[in-house]
Ligand binder design. Structure first.
Ligand code: MF3
Ligand code: CO
Length: 262
């Protein structure tokens, strides 16, 4: 450990390493988290409003005795984030946003059960999606899978970051820089902050017990984004081109990784 600190690496404090009892609690929370996105996947369709997605998440979450983590989190007014097309993240569910053929949408769901946090998001494609947009969604999923593969005990967070941004860039896409992933489990957002623009051997040492999200936001055009000044939450691409994101919650184990939520 000391060796890594001398080399200038951040070594996670013991408080970030999840105990077996905590992991068990977080996995129960993740069961509800996964069930929300499964249910959204079954019911999402053209002509549905994003408010109805908020209703589905409430129904599944409260039905399981859990709490939607986004609701009232730093003033966020809904139970889930629904980000359509050029919305990068933190989209507000609304009766006025009606899904139509060709849309892509990220549904980002976060759950609290017995004080334990789970967080994951998926993309859904509505009707006939343009080939380049479909490619964006698929490549973004591959970025997460490659990032997961590069996540290894006693490796570095930057190994994961390099895998993500290399694959995105090879496909002509860009990676959002300002917003990243995070440690999660005992709280909604824990250390470390997770960038996808890092390189191999950089950033935090991956110690067994560390838990964080891999959730890159990948843009079809430039990586430039802006936040809606009216609500200070909803983030859009500056060029109006689509953005995609998938999110998984990962535990570093002694022998590899375990996906806790997806
Ligand atoms: N679910 C988002 C994440 O992946 C957090 C959104 S903050 C909220 O970190 F308030 F909008 F929920
Ligand atoms: Co997250």
């Amino acid at each position: 450990m000391f060796k890594y600190m001398l080399e200038g690496h951040t070594v996670p404090p013991r408080s970030l390493l999840k105990t077996p009892a905590q992991i068990e609690g977080i996995k129960k929370s993740a069961e509800v988290n996964i069930a929300c996105l499964d249910e959204v996947g079954k019911r999402i369709c053209e002509e549905m409003s994003t408010k109805e997605i908020n209703d589905i998440v409430n129904e599944v979450t409260y039905g399981a005795g859990a709490i939607p983590a986004p609701l009232n989190y730093e003033g966020f007014p809904y139970s889930v984030c629904t980000s359509v097309n050029d919305q990068v993240c933190h989209g507000f569910p609304s009766e006025k946003v009606i899904l139509k053929s060709g849309d892509i949408i990220n549904v980002d769901c976060s759950t609290i059960l017995n004080g334990y946090y789970s967080d994951s998001s998926r993309m859904y494609m509505i009707g006939d999606v343009a080939p380049e947009t479909k490619k964006l969604v698929e490549v973004t999923k591959e970025c997460v899978e490659l990032g997961l593969k590069a996540t290894k005990p006693w490796g570095f967070l930057g190994d994961m970051g390099e895998a993500v941004h290399t694959h995105a860039e090879e496909n002509g896409f860009s990676v959002v820089k300002e917003i990243g992933g995070h440690g999660v489990g005992n709280d909604f957002h824990e250390e470390p902050w997770v960038s996808y623009n890092t390189n191999r051997g950089e950033d935090m040492l991956l110690v067994p017990g560390l838990m964080f999200t891999i959730e890159p936001m990948i843009n079809m055009g430039s990586d430039a984004i802006y936040t809606d000044g009216g609500n200070n939450w909803e983030v859009y691409t500056l060029d109006g081109k689509p953005s995609a994101q998938w999110e998984i919650q990962v535990l570093v184990t002694e022998t590899g990784t375990e996906v806790i939520s997806y």
